[in-house]
Design a protein. Sequence first.
Length: 179
Amino acid sequence: MNESKISVRYAKALLSLAKEQKILTEIRENVTALTNFIDTTPGLKYLFEIPIIKSSQKHEIINKSFKNAFHPVMLSFLDLIIKNKREPYLSLILLAFTDLFKKDNMIRSVVLTTPKPASSSIKKIIKNYISKEFDFKIELTEKVNDKLIGGFILRIEDQQINASVSNHLNRIKNELLSI
């Protein structure tokens, strides 16, 4: 069975269970926290990927690390993944869950790139405008790129609006060179 089928099946199962038990918000928060923890703790990723470490040890580590932080359903789900030897797919499962959750709740990912951190009022204006204009909820992520002279780059999933000063200067330069 290929990786994407495995990750989507487990993600769908977790999403379905969370909806059924009306704990979707809590499970989403747990998935986000675990994803961030895996991304910032390289050793944890290797813990899941190394088959030498016994399942019982992995269960113990998970329970000690997350018992007070995660919902019991999330802990049971992690135990199931370990029991079925699907730990190497955990990151993909979490990613698939997040994608399914966003699709289910009509949430789109938006990335705002600016030369310096944008104020909360600017972010709010952008969120409100995009939500009204495109009729969907957004999850705004901000990136800072000090190479931008000014302006911004806005990426809505696979579409990009480049309103940066550097982009305008490059466009002018190319037009002048083509004359």
